[in-house]
Design a protein around this ligand. Structure first.
Ligand code: BGC
Length: 434
């Protein structure tokens, strides 16, 4: 799909439908630690706040044929998922484990048979134990190990994969692992380590990108990018200098610094696309982040009149703003590599999806080049430090039942219609806002 083909033809008033360009990717996303189960990485020993762990998760590692059937039933034409490094290499420079490789080859073949385009993520918040033992991404030697892994993986999969997502949310990973202590290795306020992790990942991204683009040519031209989480940080009250300063520091550290590290100056050429993970906004009041994910009680948040899911404040108009900014600054195609809402309130999630897709559509109508949208997540899963309490899935998973049955949630019906029609309808969802 080229840029000029992105004209969004019909006007909404004529047919009450907002079409997306032909070939637009409609997908869902997952990550290995959150869905696969039976994994040996730094999360294996981790116990989440609800007492849960990732040992079985959704057992996607064994149930992927069934899950690919679900994707077909949903009408998805794309799937963004991770390949778990710790399964493939047991030591620096080691050959790829044949059984694990055969597993992922089969996943890719089954996706292809179902007409589903894969986007492969190389790093999503986890490392092999031998990498962690050497200091993880604080150690610059990890870059060469990653390069070796990527070279081998790309050689093995290049005829099956053309969309490569090197790092998922380096900002979140470095922040929660080295500033907030919520992810392994649980370091707090190690600003130097935070910066080193981001910088080493950015260097690794450049190297991986060269490998993917030079050595990954087999069919469609390989495309490579990171997935940057973008959160808006604002002060609740503009006159509060302290809250404005806090918001600015967060914006500088998690948005600007990270974007510059990966895409600044000559490094922009290392990416052929930008992956954007977008959830919403964090507002500060007396230094406190007014979001459920930081532990602020829902009743406090509600008293401010904020609309939140179980994690952050919803801010659909922000999607338009950030898309416009990224488009003007980098002139690269964009994929929305994640967007979703965690809640048991399905009408709320429907409204959130509609509003964000409307914002996306407006951006595209104003010539922002967006090529796909991946809902987070295909199914309810292990949400890191929060365990199984955050329900992001299109599919529900009953974790109390050993068979882990999947069920279609109401939002999945809505999303499925959008994927099949390649359009959103003008009509508002059937629910009232409150
Ligand atoms: C991450 C996912 C996570 C999701 C919801 C993103 O930050 O990439 O792993 O589950 O947001 O919190």
């Amino acid at each position: 799909m080229v840029y000029s083909e992105q004209k969004l033809m019909a006007t909404p008033d004529q047919d009450k439908s907002f079409p997306f360009p032909p070939g637009f990717l409609w997908g869902a996303a997952t990550s290995p630690t959150q869905v696969e189960g039976h994994i040996e990485n730094e999360w294996t020993q981790f116990t989440a706040s609800d007492g849960g762990n990732c040992h079985i998760a959704c057992d996607h590692y064994h149930r992927y044929p069934e899950d690919i059937d679900w994707m077909s039933r949903l009408g998805l034409n794309a799937y963004r998922f991770g390949i778990e490094w710790s399964r493939l290499q047991s030591a620096p420079g080691a050959p790829l484990n044949p059984a694990a490789l055969a597993h992922y080859v089969d996943v890719l073949d089954q996706l292809r048979a179902a007409g589903i385009t894969p986007m492969v993520v190389l790093h999503h918040f986890s490392n092999p134990p031998w990498i962690n033992a050497r200091g993880g991404w604080t150690n610059a030697a990890t870059i060469a190990c990653f390069e070796d892994y990527v070279r081998k993986l790309v050689a093995a999969l290049k005829d099956r994969v053309y969309l490569w997502n090197t790092f998922n949310e380096p900002d979140t990973y470095a922040c929660v692992a080295y500033l907030m202590g919520g992810f392994p290795p649980h370091r707090k306020w190690k600003l130097g380590q935070f910066r080193r992790v981001v910088e080493n990942m950015a260097r690794a991204h450049v190297k991986a990108s060269r490998i993917i683009r030079r050595e990954g040519l087999a069919g469609l031209k390989p495309q490579v990018g990171i997935a940057k989480n973008w959160t808006f940080f604002h002060a609740y009250q503009n006159y509060s200098l302290w809250d404005r300063a806090t918001a600015w520091v967060c914006h500088y550290t998690f948005n600007k610094f990270v974007l510059d590290a990966f895409l600044g100056r000559w490094r922009r050429r290392a990416s052929t696309f930008i992956g954007l993970n977008y959830y919403g906004r964090v507002r500060f009041h007396h230094f406190r982040a007014m979001i459920p994910a930081s532990g602020t009680p829902i009743k406090d948040i509600k008293s401010f009149g904020f609309v939140c899911d179980d994690m952050v404040e919803r801010y659909p108009e922000g999607l338009e703003k950030i898309l416009d900014y990224l488009h003007r600054k980098f002139r690269l195609p964009i994929y929305i590599t994640e967007h979703g809402a965690a809640s048991d309130d399905e009408p709320f999630r429907e409204l959130d999806l509609q509003r964000n897709l409307q914002a996306l559509h407006r951006s595209m109508a104003s010539a922002v080049d967006v090529r796909g949208f991946f809902y987070w997540s295909l199914m309810d899963n292990f949400e890191w430090q929060f365990g199984y309490t955050k329900k992001f899935g299109l599919l529900g998973v009953d974790f109390r039942d050993a068979k882990l049955p999947r069920t279609m949630k109401p939002l999945a019906e809505v999303y499925s219609r959008i994927c099949r029609e390649n359009a959103i309808r003008a009509a508002q969802p059937t629910v009232a806002e409150d």
